[in-house]
Design a protein around this ligand. Structure first.
Ligand code: FMN
Length: 306
């Protein structure tokens, strides 16, 4: 039997497959399709202090090998998530939960982190400083290493759970960003969020998205995500969750060889809602084919010894 278990710091997951924030809601819709307990963990939809309706529609556009979204952090707000969404998820899911948190100020990140870290079964706080679809928050923290470090420090002070910072690929130097977060006390790094992009309707001669720009995700971004995970693995000593364009078991192994300790699956859930359990099954078969007994031994294996 292949051992698919992986470790994120002290946290053990039965397998490395985690649905990515924003593509899995709070789990309820997918629970109608399969037993969520098959998953390693779930990163729930981004939480903000106040409820948000998100951006105006259209806020999704198709692209070659991917999609653009400008959802804009639609969520019921911290109180409702704590009152309803998390208890509902706990009724059907017994594995560790990753709480994905967004904010428009450091105080907002701090308040959300402090309250969410007190909930058992939430084992990781994933601080999204990389949302490209909201004004005045999100990505502005994720493109400046000083601000990223400030958010990290502030959240670490109030959190009793490991803090993972979710980085934006929309920067010149991803390594600088990751190092700044590590030095500020981050327990791990999630990367990547979506890449800023746009499409124009040639009949209307106007941008397709009401927000004009959106975040590109899906298989189109896999090589970029892989490159960033590889580079960051070389520069930091904290675990990395690899995200971006993963569609199949082979992609998971590739991401882990680059340095990811676990992975998140995003846009693929929107194409095939059964994709996560399928990838878990395929992963066991693929490991056997590749003579891999312990999946965790693949982490960072592609790095040439210097
Ligand atoms: C519709 C949609 C909503 C998203 N919402 C969030 C969010 O709330 N918080 C977050 O950190 N990332 C969010 N993301 C980004 C994904 O979690 C992921 O980082 C990104 O899509 C890249 O992975 P993928 O190519 O597998 O989709 C969202 C992505 C999509 C497509």
């Amino acid at each position: 039997m292949v051992d698919l278990s992986v470790k994120l710091g002290d946290l053990k997951l039965d397998n490395p497959i985690i649905p990515a924030s924003g593509t899995f809601g709070y789990g309820q819709e997918y629970a109608e399709l399969y037993d969520l307990n098959k998953l390693g963990s779930i990163s729930i939809k981004g939480i903000t202090l106040e409820p948000r309706l998100g951006n105006e529609t259209p806020r999704i556009a198709e692209t070659a090998s991917g999609m653009l979204n400008a959802v804009g952090l639609q969520n019921p707000g911290l109180d409702k998530v704590i009152e309803n969404e998390i208890p509902n998820l706990k009724n059907i899911f017994t594995k560790p939960i990753i709480a994905n948190i967004s904010g428009f100020s450091i105080d907002e990140y701090v308040e959300c982190s402090q309250r969410l870290s007190q909930i058992d079964q939430i084992e990781i706080l994933e601080i999204n400083i990389s949302c490209p679809n909201v004004k005045g928050g999100g990505m502005s923290f994720g493109t400046d290493p000083k601000l990223a470090a400030e958010v990290t420090k502030a959240v670490k002070q109030v959190s009793t759970k490991p803090v993972y910072i979710k980085l934006s690929p929309n920067v010149t130097d991803i390594v600088e960003m990751a190092k700044a977060c590590e030095q500020a006390g981050a327990d791990g790094i999630s990367l990547i969020n979506t890449l800023l992009g746009m499409r124009i309707d040639i009949k209307e001669q106007r941008p397709i998205l009401k927000n004009i720009t959106g975040g590109l995700s899906g298989p189109a971004i896999f090589p970029i995500a892989l490159r960033m995970v590889y580079q960051v693995y070389q520069a930091v000593n904290i675990p990395i969750i690899g995200i971006g364009g993963i569609m199949k078991a082979e992609d998971v192994i590739e991401m882990m060889l680059a340095g990811a300790s676990a992975v998140q699956i995003g846009a693929a859930n929107l194409i095939d809602p059964w994709i996560c359990p399928k990838i878990i099954d395929d992963l066991a078969i693929l490991c056997e084919k590749l003579n891999i007994n312990k999946l965790t031994e693949m982490v960072g294996k592609a790095h040439v010894e210097s």
